[in-house]
Write a protein that binds this ligand. Sequence first.
Ligand code: NAD
Length: 477
Amino acid sequence: MTDYAVDLALFINGAWNAGEGRDELPVLNPATGEAMGGLPMATPADLAAALSAAERGFALWRATDVDARAAILHKTAALLRDRADSIALLLTMEQGKPLAEARGEVLGAAQMFDWCAEDAKRMYGRTLVRPSGQRSVVLQQPVGPVATFSPWNFPIYLMAKKLAAALAVGCSVIAKPAEETPGCTSALMRCLADAGLPAGVAQLVFGDPAMISSTLIASPVIRKISFTGSTAVGKLLMRQCADNVTPSTMELGGHAPVLIFADCDLEKTLDMVVPQKFRNAGQVCVSPTRFYVEASIHDAFVKGFADRTAGVTVGNGLDAATRMGPLANARRPGAVEALVEDAIARGARVAAGGSRDNGPGNFFRPTLLADVPAEADIMRVEPFGPVAVTRPFETFDEVVAAANSTPFGLAAFAFTENGRRANLLGDALEAGMIGINNFAISSADAPFGGVKQSGYGSEGGPEGLASYCVTKAVHLA
Ligand code: NAD
């Protein structure tokens, strides 16, 4: 067995803390079910220490020149690249995704640090010059210590998105990544520490999510939170933020529609959509899920999708042949199974997969359900697993209404060679990101975020940096 070589600990005020009577959570390998390590859980005293460290860290970091901050973030990016193989190994062992995907995630995180380090230098503000002699200076200042809550599906990349932007503009951070994936996120924090980030500027805590989030949000030290996860938990945290009027960025669930028009290049489209659906076993907030296919090509689409799905090799992410790993935690196979069984009971046709895999690990077969009735739960509840559903459509208006029919609005995709239609879809689809003939909708330089119940605020791009700032206008006469 490959060694799970990591010391699990909390990182507070520049020091790693473990043991000392703290309760521990087991860290499980989702491909085998084995317990690999014990994760110390933060106590109320740990959180109090993290808060006072973040308060002191903020005073120091906001007064640090942006070039000096950028140098540390660039060094962090370089260390992530140097250590990509060992961090990817931890990520795969904890989360299950194939090693190549894990390595790509680490490199994406490095890019995020480099981009934020540079773009924070360009936050010049603006000056309003008035004939009266008044000069008004509009400036953006770091909001203060930030609490970040990031999930297990892209543990490195999603934590990096939050930390890179917050640290680049001068905020300090208390990060609480998911308890499922503590080794790889600790490795990211070690890169920051080894790059020279001063003590107190970033802390890392794990434990009882509800206890940690309610404690941090209730503290007047915390001036902003950023959460990525389910809409249900997001709503809970938003309510808690109301007490101190704490601003938040909410990256919540999605249920991405994919509109396949008859004029698309069908073979090329299928070659793109099938690997994209089963990437990270479908545990992706922008995963393509509801495939609305123009009726004249619906059957050909289902056949082509099913044939390609049969070729997706499922297994332990450490095996080079694996194209899809297990689901990340033991909760997920049952949740996905309930949605699939409901759809089948209501008349959906199983074109591929359709059930869990026997044996150890949280495996679910790559699944395609065709002709799924609009009333099936899976048409509204995010499967967050390796399941695609199809329905035929006839008209543009009908398919746009169907695509917009859920409470979610994170990503939407369409495949068509008709430029005018593509243009109209960009306006008509209710989503924060729209991909036409491609799935490349997440990058360091572009805003990423949802509308409707998929959340608010952006990560990535200048919008992401601005979200960790307060805007001030100073009027001088
Ligand atoms: P969940 O709702 O229990 O947890 C979602 C995330 O929130 C996890 O990372 C968890 O650690 C965290 N969390 C839970 N309670 C919290 C609290 N009180 N305070 C702070 N953080 C808290 O769901 P789950 O079973 O872990 O994941 C399944 C669902 O979560 C999926 O169906 C999907 O909708 C959503 N999810 C979304 C994303 C995303 O990228 N938007 C990522 C992971 C999970």
